[in-house]
Write a protein of this length. Sequence first.
Length: 65
Amino acid sequence: MFEDEARQRLRGRDEDDWPVLAAALSLSCAIWTEDTDFFGTGVAVWTSDRVEIYLRAQASSNDPG
């Protein structure tokens, strides 16, 4: 169902990545990857360094001290 849209969004990039993008589109979720082919596809992309920043911020906000 999302294959055609995923392939279209990845056109000219690594089109073999279409299943990952199709899954993200179907679940309305972000992709955690270091693969820059997903940037600009209309799906939020998180890299490991951004996830680390986010998790640190969450840990700090949950610190009762």
